[in-house]
Design a protein around this ligand. Structure first.
Ligand SMILES: Cc1cc2nc3c(=O)[nH]c(=O)nc-3n(C[C@H](O)[C@H](O)[C@H](O)COP(=O)(O)O)c2cc1C
Length: 207
């Protein structure tokens, strides 16, 4: 039996991304987001137009997508109600957001220079993807968001997550932080063999 529900939130479960961008004065901004989806070496990021991140993406045309593991939930949560933009929308003020120019210190995370882009990587994130911005287009109707399409230029992966002798991430070792209906989840349990992984000849886990 199903009921018709006027769902207030449709975020059914997506990996969290910590997106780092460069501010106009050359400092770094860092923001959690989870409206991200991937095709090949490209990714679509749904970000609010009022966010500092959107302004930086449109101007700088580059970013780093840092993928936090589930153990980083507390650090991500410390960023949740912060904005790198001094001009806060009434909606954000009402929700309790505040301006924070130094997000790395506020989160307790460490910046690491990237190799191809100006924005820093997040040292604590096991996967860091340096990206160029391909396009920034309005998204949907009255969403107040842009769809930023980015392409991964260089991927940095923690040694212990790489299946030895391959260029693949071990999916058992990698435990992404998931935002599910706005709550944080993480679970390293593999549920069943994946036919897609077989078809793509993804190597077996080493664990
Ligand atoms: C787990 C999590 C996921 C989020 N996902 C998104 C998202 O996908 N898109 C978005 O625009 N904001 C998202 N937000 C809200 C932004 O992080 C928030 O607007 C923040 O103030 C942006 O920072 P900035 O203004 O410095 O760019 C998310 C926040 C959290 C905590």
């Amino acid at each position: 039996m199903h009921r018709v529900v006027d769902l207030k939130v449709l975020y059914f479960g997506t990996p969290v991304v910590l997106i780092s961008t460069r501010n106009p004065d050359g400092t770094a901004n860092l923001a959690p987001m989870s409206s991200a989806w991937w095709l090949g070496d490209q990714c679509m990021l749904g970000m609010n137009t009022a966010s500092r991140t959107t302004q930086n993406l449109v101007r700088e045309r580059e970013c780093v997508l840092n993928l936090p593991s589930s153990v980083m939930a507390a650090a991500v949560d410390r960023l949740a109600l912060l904005s790198g933009s001094p001009e806060m929308t009434p909606h954000k003020i009402e929700k309790g957001y505040r301006y924070e120019p130094d997000k790395f210190t506020a989160a307790g995370l460490s910046p690491l220079p990237a190799e191809l882009v100006a924005a820093p990587r997040v040292a604590e994130c096991p996967i860091q993807l340096e990206c160029e911005v391909l396009s920034c287009e309005p998204f949907g109707i009255d969403t107040g968001c842009l769809a930023h399409t980015v392409r991964v230029l260089r991927a940095h992966v923690a040694e212990e997550l790489i299946i030895p002798g391959t260029a693949h991430v071990d999916p058992v070792g990698w435990d992404p932080l998931i935002m599910k209906f706005c709550e944080f989840f993480g679970d390293g349990t593999q549920l069943r063999p994946s036919r897609l992984a077989s078809a793509w000849r993804i190597p077996a886990t080493s664990r």
